[in-house]
Design a protein around this ligand. Structure first.
Ligand code: FAD
Length: 284
């Protein structure tokens, strides 16, 4: 399919990008790696009058340390995230989840920022960043604001971003000493999760001291399995973890689609949470 016609801008600086976006208002759309936006345009599900390509805006790509936090530029590609030594050392869950995204071609073009702003609840990275208690740094014409991942996703394909705002950085606390695992269930290789579970576990004296569980595709937004997280604290063997994982679907509203019913997804959330937590905790 051929996309509808639109104006195209390719700013070479952040201030210019923000100005162009502000001028475009509701009719402007940011283009990052294009792996989600271009299919929407080609299917004629989006009709922006202006596409603002941020591929030449400097400073939006790469990974750096800031004390106990990793700062990842919004335009860092999935391929770069997976290969980055800092991400692998200090944010293993993000590397593990990113490794499961699509295929190498998509991972070479698609970006972490694009995946988060696209806000598809079936995507892998929103649940991982949510489990990591990440923060999103957003630039706008008057400055910057930092939004916790927990507040960023508001509905299906919808975030708190205003039309004149640009996601510039993703900040994730280092998870040194935590076990991690991303468990993705899909029936077609290299496709979206029917359900995905991102788990982080900190153990103390053989017990789970703290567990964080992010869920993909269990509602209109990525979610934290808060009831399961509470139940997992103190678990010291596999059967206790299995019991705690039963509450993974509590408070979720899984979708009904051709891949499965809400009941099927609720069952998957329980099974995958048990597997992900046991692996993350080294109890598997
Ligand atoms: C065949 C295929 C399979 C896929 N499989 C998976 C999968 O298994 N798991 C998965 O998680 N994802 C999957 N994806 C999606 C992929 O991860 C995309 O890379 C990602 O969703 C979007 O990243 P992008 O950089 O391409 O963003 P774009 O497509 O360029 O943009 C996506 C949206 O975000 C906005 N945007 C982008 N960057 C910014 C920014 N910095 N500030 C403000 N707004 C911004 C755009 O305006 C647009 O609305 C798949 C995609 C394809 C084509």
């Amino acid at each position: 399919m051929i996309p509808p016609s639109f104006d195209y801008a390719r700013p070479t600086g952040l201030d210019e990008a923000l100005r162009v976006l502000a001028d475009g208002g509701e009719e402007a759309k940011v283009l990052a790696g294009g792996q989600s936006l271009l299919p929407l345009l080609r299917l004629r599900l989006a009709f922006p009058e202006l596409v603002v390509d941020i591929g030449r805006v400097p400073g939006l790509r790469g990974v750096r340390e800031d004390g106990g936090t990793l700062v990842i530029g919004a335009m860092t590609t999935h391929h770069e995230v997976v290969r980055d030594p800092l991400v692998r050392r200090h944010a293993g869950l993000l590397a593990a989840a990113t490794r499961t995204v699509a295929d190498p071609a998509v991972r070479h073009r698609g970006t972490l920022g694009g995946s988060l702003v696209h806000a598809d609840p079936a995507a892998d990275l929103p649940a991982a960043v949510l489990a990591m208690d990440g923060e999103l740094v957003v630039a706008h014409p008057a400055g910057r604001r930092t939004v916790p991942a927990r507040e960023f996703f508001v509905n299906y394909l919808e975030t708190v971003l205003a039309p004149d705002e640009l996601l510039v950085e993703v900040r994730v606390p280092k998870t040194d000493g935590w076990g991690f695992h991303y468990e993705k269930f899909h029936t077609v290789a290299q496709s979206y999760a029917i359900v995905g579970v991102a788990a982080l576990v900190r153990r103390d004296n053989g017990r789970i001291a703290e567990a964080r569980v992010g869920l993909s595709n269990m509602g209109a937004t990525p979610l934290r399995a808060t009831a399961a997280e509470r139940a997992l604290a103190g678990c010291d063997d596999a059967s206790a973890v299995a019991r705690a994982a039963q509450s993974a679907p509590d408070g979720t509203q899984p979708p009904q689609d051709t891949s499965g019913s809400p009941e099927y997804r609720a069952h998957l959330a329980q099974v995958l949470t048990r597997r992900a937590v046991l692996t993350a905790a080294g109890m598997g």
